[in-house]
Write a protein that binds this ligand. Structure first.
Ligand SMILES: *Cc1c(COP(=O)(O)O)cnc(C)c1O
Length: 409
């Protein structure tokens, strides 16, 4: 009845069906959709048991049926199954109220007091803050490693290391991590490898096939795709799943059925949206690389990006988010560039249909490896607007940047 009931030996969709077919068909079991196309929104806290015997059967196996809203309803099961079907080697998935709660729960699931976790120096910043909490409240130590470490991760591992987190590429500075090399070393000391797979999604990067045990997505970004829902998901291998599930349930992690319905709506078009984000972002990135105000484009598909070789080896596509290092200048010059922009608005998050720009400022957070770049760093999200309009907005912005920079010089 629930997603966990799947026969673990049944071939996953990847072998049989293409990406877009799996996106369209995933999780649409007739017993969940009840004769309509989309699973109904089951708004539920209380679930009713017919009899005392039913109640006891629920207690004995709460995942075999509707039990209590926090454990999910057919709306949740449908989304869980659809997400699991995208990640080869995925056994099951859990849903979270945000991407951050998905990552922190996964970190907590595999780390006990006295153990250590390794985080990449380019990690999503709220997760860097979580390291403080892990130390103060749970006695879990953290070390930060350089994102390009590869097999050199061995120098950071010891027998107390329980978890290695990878974010690939880093979502501000876009270094691509060699996950197979990191995972091979981590597994030798028995550590669990968690991959933040938000940027590529399983469509363009099969995290669990490249050595990760756990794949986390901030569904807030491309899965939802419309900047109107916060949600996270964790998909784990059969071996890693029990600990993740237990911790998520104990912490009371859940998502609302309304949000699940919106995430399912977004998921159905993920393939076509990503294809467009990819094409537009590559077009803009190549164009930016030729602008005199741009020192460096940090887009994993461009040779200038750290880890580009790994990207070519392991990824099957790129998405709409990348970085640009400007040539010289200071923050006030960047303000002159981006304040008047018409299509690129300043904002956190990404993955919606709209373009965004964000001052990245990695020098403020790095600890494992100092950040040295030729100038300020901007993160761009290329939305679904027409590329010509986006380039015009950027060209005007770069002209303002150059004028302000050269005036100050
Ligand atoms: C946005 C983001 C998160 C956090 O997701 P929320 O849903 O905003 O909590 C985690 N990792 C990466 C790479 C992100 O971009």
């Amino acid at each position: 009845m629930t997603p966990s009931d799947q026969d673990p030996k049944a071939p996953r969709g990847r072998n049989a069906l293409g990406d877009n077919t799996r996106l369209v068909t995933g999780g649409r079991r007739p017993e969940w959709t009840q004769g309509v196309v989309n699973p109904p929104v089951f708004r539920a806290s209380t679930c009713l048991f017919e009899t005392y015997a039913d109640f006891d059967a629920g207690i004995a196996d709460p995942d075999s049926r509707l039990f209590y809203g926090r454990r999910g309803t057919p709306t949740h099961w449908s989304l869980r199954e659809a997400l699991t079907g995208l990640e080869p080697n995925g056994h099951d998935s859990w849903l979270f109220p945000s991407g951050v709660s998905a990552i922190t729960t996964a970190l907590m699931a595999y780390c006990k007091p006295g153990q250590r976790m390794l985080l990449p120096d380019n990690v999503y910043e709220p997760i860097r803050s979580y390291a403080q909490t892990a130390q103060e409240h749970f006695g879990v130590e953290t070390a930060f490693y350089p994102p390009g470490v590869g097999a050199g991760i061995a120098d950071y591992l010891d027998d107390r290391t329980a978890v290695v987190l990878v974010e690939t590429p880093g979502s501000l500075t876009f270094e691509v991590a060699d996950v197979p090399a990191i995972a091979a070393a981590a597994h030798q000391v028995g550590a669990t490898v968690i991959a933040d797979n938000t940027w590529a999604t399983p469509l363009y990067y099969e995290a669990l096939s490249h050595g990760a045990d756990v794949s986390v997505i901030s569904c807030t970004k491309y899965v939802v795709g419309h900047s109107d829902v916060l949600m996270g998901s964790v998909t784990a291998t059969a071996r890693a799943w029990p600990k993740l599930k237990k911790m998520a349930v104990r912490l009371g992690m859940t998502a609302s059925a309304d949000d699940c319905a919106l995430a399912l709506r977004g998921l159905r078009t993920l393939g076509v949206r990503l294809a467009q984000h990819q094409a537009s972002a590559l077009d803009v990135a190549h164009w930016l690389a030729e602008q005199p105000e741009v020192a460096e484009v940090r887009h994993p598909a461009l040779a200038s990006c750290p880890g580009h070789e790994v990207f070519k080896r392991d990824f099957t596509g790129s998405t709409g988010l990348f970085g640009v290092v400007l040539e010289g200048g200071q923050e006030s010059d960047v303000a002159a560039m981006i304040d008047p922009m018409k299509l690129f608005k300043i904002g956190f998050s990404w993955g919606g249909y709209e373009s965004l720009v964000l001052p990245a400022r990695p020098e403020r957070v790095r600890t494992a490896e100092p950040w040295t770049a030729a100038g300020p760093v901007l993160r761009l999200h290329i939305g679904l607007e027409d590329v010509a309009d986006l380039k015009a907005d950027l060209a005007d912005g770069l002209a303002r940047f150059r004028a302000a920079r050269d005036r100050a010089a």
